[in-house]
Design a protein around this ligand. Structure first.
Ligand code: ADP
Ligand code: MG
Length: 673
């Protein structure tokens, strides 16, 4: 069997970790070099572990005759760093010398760098200053099967740069790396760019499906883990769950069902420090069970996995172009994703995949996940593209074109934020916003804060927005927790509540019990602290004054300026509707909000997040999180229409509803997907 070394007498020796000079990709090296030399774009597909990420830069250098600069991209920071270290190790240099990396907030690229590994986002940022990537001879775009939003933009821009430079004496070459599938379609779109398939070095993988649908996946996964530990099979186990909550619950189930004395049970999800992520994928003395969300599906693979247990679920983030409301919902993962998860085993020895769903269920799933660019609100993408001179977003060569309604909304939101004008020209504010590697609405708040002299306060608040819930309510201490939380809440403003919590936390830094005593989630505070530092860093680099002014009015103004697309208008009972939502989807204030317990709810409010989420055992709900009432002058200034308008009568409301439905059906038949 390929990959297992056989002694002369035919005895199978222990499977070894492949060495950097003995990977599947090397069998195709000549073919790849030939293709690079004869084509501007080459597509390369091969299983994870075949050597694409760590070997391709060197092969590209060889194709250039040993002279040239290569930039390779990675979707995730941690993978970019790891790959740079691995390449440096192979080349016998230090990171920061011939091999460097550039990830957000960490730049190890110097004038000596020949191979630069960057996150997709950093390459995009670099292209804002240098559209043609004139420093480089080859761009290697890795993990392109993931089809993220950033990749979609990068793909279009790199194509453009390749075309522009094709007639010069320093052409740019592009190499697209993908973990199999879909490459033929891509090749057709790229005028028949050659596709090289690296023969995999996969070992036999046995796939088992469950006989019936499994209700409690964390528990079922833990039972599988127990059975595996009781059997004779060795090696590490990887479990896939849909989100952090189910990951943690699975770990608790495993710890209660299994003997964990000689076992390491580790979580792996996006919202954890890179050190902890490293720990989950590093070699360990002990047998390991890694319980992971989707981050473990592609770039981050634990060592020596012999069994994969797959819940088959994924939490998908998305945006509803019709309503302008985000969603974060667990759903059935696409077939290609499930196969990719299974491929975490069978890399260094045969493996087993246990699917916690039936074969029939698998067969009925869609082949591929919806590409992210089709689930995005496109605000950041649109601003970037306009900044790069592509005003006609509708005809930008995205590999998978987004919904026209989303483009329309993004344009109108950027206009309401004052980033672009009617002609889609960047304004002065828009130029600054485009320079900040942040969501446009956050950038807008910070720019306004800078004007109002309260940058420090707004940075602190921004660091909490979009984060997890800071308030913990342990099952048997709910009342205690609520009492402590109430003392920290600023009546009528979740934004100012964040500020108060942060300031109180800072004042009590010496009291190591303060966070737990107040039932706050320490991870959220740590994360907010990190984001806060990073924001200060970005702003300092962009010549902002980091002034402090604890004036609620100045702060509110700054916040509202970024949330002009998030006005909520009181509707029936305690529910709200979002301005510009023709479907008038009812929205509830999140239970953790300081507005929730007010006697009277405001007629208008702004919210930083409006998200449809799953509620255990009930129908999905749309929650507004991080809210604040808005009225008086601020309302008149930022929403002249809403400020003036009286509440429409019953008849008008009925008409408006009817109108909404009509717009929807017309658009649905017309310009959408
Ligand atoms: P691909 O990009 O095709 O998935 P990589 O180039 O990332 O493959 O990795 C090729 C092989 O090298 C894999 O088997 C992987 O386990 C091994 N490898 C990569 N990075 C390291 C590292 N830092 N330490 C040890 N082995 C590594
Ligand atoms: Mg790779």
């Amino acid at each position: 069997m390929a990959g297992i070394e056989t002694s002369q007498r035919g005895h199978v020796l222990e499977a070894k970790e492949p060495t950097p000079w003995d990977l599947p990709i090397h069998a195709s090296e000549d073919e790849i070099i030939d293709a690079i030399q004869n084509n501007l774009i080459v597509i390369l597909s091969g299983e994870t572990g075949s050597g694409k990420s760590t070997q391709m830069p060197d092969i590209a250098l060889k194709a250039l005759g040993g002279e040239g600069k290569i930039v390779g991209t990675q979707p995730r920071r941690i993978a970019a760093r790891r790959i740079a270290y691995r390449i440096a190790e192979q080349e016998g240099c230090e990171v920061g010398e011939e091999v460097g990396y550039h990830i957000r907030f960490d730049n190890k690229i110097t004038s000596k760098t020949e191979v630069a590994i960057e996150t997709d986002g950093m390459l995009l940022q670099e292209m804002q200053g240098d559209r043609l990537l004139s420093k480089y001879d080859v761009v290697i775009m890795d993990e392109m099967h993931e089809k993220s939003e950033t990749m979609a933009i990068m793909h279009g821009l790199v194509l453009h740069a390749i075309e522009e430079r094709s007639q010069t004496d320093k052409p740019l070459r592009g190499i697209i790396l993908s973990a199999t599938m879909d490459t033929q379609k891509l090749s057709r779109r790229l005028n028949g760019a050659p596709v090289i398939e690296i023969p995999g070095r996969q070992f036999e993988i046995e796939v088992h499906h469950s006989d019936a649908e499994v209700a409690d996946k964390p528990k079922a996964a833990a039972e599988e883990v127990r059975d595996i530990l009781d059997g004779d099979e060795e090696g590490n186990i990887m479990v896939f769950m849909d989100g952090e909550a189910t990951v943690n619950r699975t770990i608790r189930e495993i710890e209660s069902l299994c003997d964990t004395t000689d076992l390491e049970v580790l979580p792996l999800f996006a919202d954890m420090s890179s050190e902890d992520q490293d720990k989950a994928v590093a070699k360990s003395e002990k047998r390991t069970v890694v319980v992971s969300t989707n981050v473990g599906e592609t770039s981050l693979t634990p060592d020596n996995v012999t069994t994969v247990i797959d819940s088959g679920s994924i939490k998908e983030k998305g945006y509803n172009p019709q309503t302008g409301i985000d969603y974060l919902l667990p759903m059935e993962h696409a077939q290609s994703g499930c196969v990719q998860r299974g491929g975490r085993t069978g890399r260094t020895s045969p493996g087993t995949v246990i699917r916690l769903y039936t074969e029939d269920n698998f067969n009925k799933r869609p082949k591929f996940q919806t590409p992210e660019i089709q689930r995005s609100n496109l605000q950041s993408a649109t601003l970037r593209l306009i900044n790069l001179g592509y005003k006609d977003i509708e005809s930008f060569p995205f590999p998978d074109p987004p919904d026209h309604r989303t483009v329309k909304r993004a344009i109108s939101i950027l206009q309401s934020l004052g980033a672009i004008d009617e002609e889609r020209e960047l304004t002065e504010t828009g130029r600054v916003m485009a320079d900040l590697p942040l969501e446009p609405y956050i950038s807008r708040m910070l720019i306004e804060a800078d004007k109002n002299g309260c940058t420090q306060e707004v940075v602190t608040i921004a660091a909490f927005i979009d984060g997890k819930n800071i308030f913990l309510r342990p099952e048997n201490q709910k009342e205690d927790a609520d009492r402590k939380h109430d003392a920290l809440k600023v009546k009528n403003s979740d934004f100012l509540t964040y500020l108060k919590i942060w300031e109180t936390y800072e004042r009590n830094k010496d009291d190591e019990n303060w966070v737990t005593d107040n039932f706050l989630n320490p991870d959220v505070l740590t994360e907010a602290g990190n984001i806060r530092d990073q924001l200060f860093d970005i702003l300092a680099k962009n010549n902002f004054d980091l002034k402090s002014r604890r004036d609620p009015q100045a702060i509110n103004r700054s916040i509202v300026s970024g949330l002009t697309h998030r006005l909520l208008i009181k509707s029936k009972g305690s529910s709200y509707i979002l301005k510009d939502d023709p479907t008038r989807t009812p929205i509830s204030i999140h239970p953790s909000s300081s507005l929730k317990h007010n006697d009277s709810l405001p007629s208008h409010m702004i919210a930083a997040e409006v998200v449809e989420t799953e509620v255990a055992g009930r129908e999905n709900r749309v929650y507004a999180r991080t809210c604040q009432p808005i009225g008086g002058d601020l309302l008149k200034e930022f929403f002249p229409e809403a400020g003036k308008k009286r509440r429409p009568g019953k008849k008008e409301r009925r008409e408006e509803r009817g109108k909404g439905t009509e717009i929807y059906s017309r658009e649905k038949d017309g310009e959408t997907r």
